[in-house]
Design a protein. Structure first.
Length: 354
């Protein structure tokens, strides 16, 4: 069997890797390399356990460092692994430092590279993720995109060959694991009832590293009527503690949730307030309105179809957006595929590699 190496490192990549790994093993030998970019149990190990992803054969354990330091270590170590394993293909997901490190290691060794979730653009060059995704797209040999807008973005940059519109593999994950959400006890544990709370996630550097943004967001939260469940990212927690930011009384801080618990919370929240691209999509798939705590989004279809509103870190806009998104007319269109993305990716790879 042809050998494929999948590189993961952060929570969203584990979610994307889960359904694809189930399909890949039918036709290929897959080896998983975990960079350790996310290393807390709640952000990493729990996903291997819950999502039944094969344990990584290689774990780099890079931990938390500056962008350059982190990416450099991963590049060095991934190169060693690729030289040892000699795969026919490397797959990277998304837009993290693990993504770009894996991409550069592969192309410099002339190993074919596939980028899943290619073609996304926020057009905000202050975001490190934007640089990661642009670089990865321009060195990739095979580009798997989630929708039509991603194809247009790539075409504007002169990338038109080997671009495949396969849909979004995170939709596969939602369909695969939503049925397990009935086993979750998280609502009972937090003493909340369906549609009687809001859910929030905050982790983007533009919010965590900008204290005025964090303060504005929490000020908005304090003025919202319902209870807000906040699974707290370690970086956000550190910024809150080091700057003595007061968390409002209606905000319940919890540890980062496992995927099954998170699906349960997303499905049962009345509104989700987030700066995460992945959570925006998952909210859309679960038909829960969302308010994005950024001024732009890569997932513009969620805006156009009425399920998402951009509020940035502006206190009044956040409050207004919660009411607006609940009242907005919403449309249900399969803009990111039909939940069969993993199979479509494997079909393409079988034609190319087998």
């Amino acid at each position: 069997m042809k050998k494929i190496i999948t590189i993961v490192g952060a929570r969203p990549q584990l979610i994307k890797a889960a359904p694809l790994s189930l399909k890949l093993k039918e036709s290929f030998e897959e080896i998983i390399v975990h960079t350790g970019q996310h290393y807390d149990y709640e952000l990493s190990d729990i996903f291997f356990n819950e999502l039944k992803i094969p344990e990584p054969k290689h774990n780099i354990s890079v931990g938390s460092k500056s962008h350059g330091h982190q990416t450099g270590i991963m590049l060095i170590e991934i190169e060693k692994i690729l030289l040892k394993e000699k795969p026919e293909l490397v797959i990277v997901h998304g837009d993290t430092n693990s993504t770009v490190a894996g991409a550069l290691a592969a192309v410099k060794l002339h190993i074919p590279l596939a980028h899943n979730e290619a073609g996304l653009r926020s057009f905000n060059r202050l975001m490190p993720e934007e640089h990661n995704r642009v670089v990865t797209d321009h060195v990739a040999d095979i580009l798997f995109v989630p929708g039509d807008n991603a194809i247009k973005n790539l075409a504007k940059e002169g990338i038109e060959k080997n671009v495949y519109n396969v849909g979004d593999v995170m939709f596969d994950s939602i369909l695969l694991f939503e049925k397990l959400s009935g086993q979750s006890k998280i609502l009972d544990k937090l003493k909340v009832t369906p549609k009687d709370f809001y859910l929030s996630t905050i982790h983007r550097a533009e919010n965590t590293d900008n204290i005025s943004n964090l303060v504005a967001i929490f000020t908005a939260f304090s003025k919202l009527e319902k209870r807000i469940i906040l699974p707290l990212h370690p970086r956000t927690k550190g910024r809150i503690n080091s700057n003595n930011i007061t968390i409002p009384g209606n905000v319940t801080v919890v540890q980062p949730a496992g995927y099954i618990d998170m699906i349960t919370l997303m499905k049962n929240a009345e509104v989700i307030l987030t700066d995460s691209g992945g959570v925006q999509k998952e909210a859309f798939y679960l038909k829960t309105p969302s308010v994005t705590l950024r001024n732009e989004t890569e997932w513009i279809e969620t805006i156009k179809l009425g399920w998402n509103i951009l509020a940035g870190a502006d206190t009044e806009r956040i409050i207004e957006s919660v009411n607006s998104v609940l009242e907005a007319e919403k449309f249900d269109e399969p803009v990111y595929g039909n939940g069969d993305t993993s199979g479509r990716i494997v079909e393409v790879l079988e034609k190319i590699l087998v």
